[in-house]
Ligand binder design. Structure first.
Ligand code: GLN
Length: 313
């Protein structure tokens, strides 16, 4: 367990990656200069099963910044810290139907869900709210995500600096959130902490491990650490199912049929409960901000391997 192995599954992934590597439409995220410069030919897919076996093909050990795929994990940490009922009073769970970087508040002026930036910045602010400094909050999050991955994760300072220098839109959203009372601390600190959270650096192999921890009821399959409770996982995967792929969440769930979460660095996390965590990496995005070839590989594997959760056994 924990080591990449050769098998018919890795052969399948090699075919999947090679079939999908040819046509490469879309564009790298342009609003974060560091991401715009990433080599867009890279493509990889990795799977970790709930018993810790790792299968991968292509660029599975290339490091990238986690970006929005941090959102479900920090949501999990917030629920563990405060309990679900309390967290639900601060961030709603309705799909927004809008882009990830819209303000998207509900009738009570709560962010609509924790998978969009408004909800994720609020969730970030809930970690040690009123108690932690910016650095302490970030360290708690970094350690928490590391426990999901089963190894100590670092930060891509270049990506942080590049994004924070141009994060005008997230600053605007955070100040609006502060105006509506959704966040309580200094909005600038929340954006800085959230942006550093998005700059946590990892590989597709790490991300598949994080997904496998969710698939395994919150228990890291290789280290054996119970990172979060099964009830927390239930909440996180439910929200990932309805909101993880932004305004493409509906198409995703119909065609892929299990929870997913994308990040603007080109990574996509997939979780098949009780079975496996999966991660793809391919930097070019569609208009919704999801990796084009990543989504394509998930659609293909879901169909060919019959993974859709709503199919009868
Ligand atoms: N750091 C990015 C942002 O806040 C994350 C967005 C994403 O991955 N969709 O804009």
């Amino acid at each position: 367990p924990g080591v990449k192995i050769q098998s018919p599954i890795s052969d399948y992934l090699a075919t999947l990656v090679s079939q999908n590597s040819k046509d490469n439409p879309g564009a790298n995220a342009a609003y974060i200069p560091e991401l715009a410069a990433v080599n867009s030919d890279q493509i990889g897919a990795c799977i970790t099963t709930v018993d810790g076996y790792v299968y991968g093909a292509g660029a599975t050990s290339v490091e990238f910044s986690i970006q929005s795929v941090s959102k479900p994990f920090v949501y999990a940490l917030a629920i563990e810290e405060h309990g679900l009922d309390w967290v639900l009073k601060r961030v709603d769970v309705e799909p927004s139907g809008e882009a990830f970087n819209e303000l998207s508040l509900d009738g009570e002026q709560l962010p609509k869900n924790p998978m969009i930036n408004a909800g994720a910045m609020t969730t970030h602010s809930l970690i040690g709210e009123g108690k932690y400094s910016v650095d302490e909050r970030f360290e708690h999050i970094r350690k928490g995500l590391s426990a999901f991955a089963g190894r100590d994760l670092g930060v891509d300072e270049g990506s942080y600096k590049s994004e924070i220098a141009t994060a005008f839109r997230n600053f605007s959203i955070a100040y609006m959130l502060r105006n509506y009372g959704a966040i309580k601390g200094d909005p600038g600190d929340v954006v800085k902490g959230y942006t550093r959270q998005c700059a946590i650096r990892l590989t597709a192999e790490d991300l598949a491990q994080m997904g496998a921890t969710l698939a395994n009821g919150g228990k890291q399959p290789v280290t054996g650490v119970q990172v979060v409770s099964p009830e927390t996982v239930r909440q996180v995967l439910s929200v990932m199912t309805t909101c993880g792929m932004y305004n493409e969440a509906g198409h995703w769930v119909c065609e892929v049929g299990f929870p997913g979460k994308s990040g603007v660095s080109g990574c996509v996390l997939g979780v098949l409960p009780g079975n496996l965590g999966m991660a793809t990496f391919s930097p070019r995005l569609d208009v919704a901000g999801n990796s084009v070839r990543g989504v394509r590989m998930y659609k293909q594997i879901a169909k060919e391997m019959v993974l859709h959760m709503m199919l009868p056994p």
